[in-house]
Ligand binder design. Structure first.
Ligand SMILES: *Cc1c(COP(=O)(O)O)cnc(C)c1O
Length: 370
């Protein structure tokens, strides 16, 4: 007799929709019989610069040791991060991407009967990680596309264990300032773990965005998550980290896989951290590309949500799905965000100047013809 293995899955898992990633270049190339080299992908907030040469050199060296398990404690990378971030090494948790950190938090602190609070239009991994462990996700309506921190506070109850906040948020690019974060942290009950997701923090300059690290000492219930996937250009290697009180890091280390970060990722991340030139170049490229896209949208009469990330959400003023499809036929991959409750928007990752220009040209064409 056949069993229904969907019905046998945990209730939260049955209701999950899988994460939908940006369309891979090779997939579109196969589907449309295109040369992959002619395709522009601005769909997954990847760094268009290519990896740091220093990271590549570190990987080449580490390849010789592939028969060995990686350092399960990630000593070298944790030490570097601790020094860089002004914390102790026992406050650092390494993850297989910062995604892993979010999942470790859910596994360790959420369960049926408990809940996590997050915003409408927030990063898709928060509901997935929450539901996967049978906990309730409390979605708080957004305000001007961004997090409504007061409403999020009001949604917290005795069964809340985690609040996920992204600054800036993906896919909206919206952000909150230091005063808003300080007020929020001051009001969150001590039993609630605040996960401050700073996947794009390296792109921030000046004082408009808070630096989560400034709040760690005063808030033992705060975890700041960061990644090497965006500004550090190592998305394929899957390496991210959490910074928190030592007590939280200790808990997360109990549930993580013993070798969750591979040795090439560890070596590359160490090298990338020390490549200040690469980071500065990434930032510069992002600022210029953001200005280029904004100017292009202005010329096309489109509005957009101002962004502090390496991406921008543009409002096409009508259902964006057909335009997304038409862009694919032009060899340009961007990201539809209807599943985030933004059916008239597309999210565009900032590319190289020529890639941005190619996208704007294709957008202009499909807007006129679709
Ligand atoms: C990209 C992203 C991440 C994490 O990506 P990893 O590759 O798993 O480190 C986390 N949060 C947000 C908001 C992101 O956009």
């Amino acid at each position: 007799m056949n069993s229904d293995f969907l019905a046998l899955a945990q209730p939260g898992v049955q209701k999950l929709s899988p994460y939908v990633p940006g369309k891979p270049v090779d997939e579109l190339a196969r589907e449309l019989d295109l040369d992959p080299a002619t395709i522009v992908k601005l769909a997954s907030n990847e760094n268009p610069l290519g990896p740091s040469p220093k990271a590549l050199a570190a990987i080449r060296e580490a390849v010789a040791e592939l028969t060995r398990y990686p350092d399960g404690n990630g000593f070298a990378l944790k030490s570097l991060l601790a020094a860089r971030c002004g914390v102790r090494a026992n406050q650092v948790t390494l993850g297989n991407g910062s995604n892993d950190i979010l999942e470790l938090v859910a596994r360790a602190y959420l369960a049926p009967g408990l809940n996590a609070v997050f915003s409408e239009h927030a990063f898709a991994v928060y509901p997935i990680a929450t539901q996967a462990v049978g906990a309730e996700g409390r979605v708080v309506p957004a305000k001007d596309w961004g997090h409504d921190l007061d409403a999020m506070l009001a949604a917290i109850d005795a069964n809340t264990r985690v609040v996920f906040i992204a600054n800036p948020n993906n896919p909206t690019g919206t952000w909150f300032g230091p005063a808003a974060l300080a007020d929020f942290l001051a009001c969150v009950p001590g039993h609630v773990l605040v996960v401050l997701d700073e996947a794009y923090i390296e792109y921030a300059e000046g004082g408009e965005m808070p630096d989560g690290l400034d709040y760690l000492a005063g808030h033992p219930n705060l975890l700041v998550s960061r990644t090497f996937s965006k500004a550090y250009g190592l998305a394929a290697l899957r390496v991210g980290y959490g910074l928190s009180s030592a007590a939280i890091a200790d808990v997360l280390n109990r549930v993580r896989q013993p070798f969750n970060v591979n040795s090439l990722a560890l070596a590359a991340a160490c090298a990338a951290l020390e490549d200040a030139d690469y980071l500065a170049q990434s930032r510069q490229l992002n600022d210029a590309g953001m200005a280029q896209l904004e100017e292009g949208f202005r010329q096309l009469g489109l509005s957009w949500i101002p962004s502090k990330g390496n991406f921008i959400a543009v409002d096409l003023g009508r259902e964006s799905a057909p335009l997304f499809q038409a862009l694919l036929r032009e060899g340009v991959i961007v990201r539809p965000v209807a599943s985030y409750g933004m059916p008239t928007y597309l999210r565009i990752s900032i590319g190289l100047p020529a890639e941005n220009a190619r996208f704007l040209e294709a957008l202009s064409k499909v807007l006129a013809s679709v």
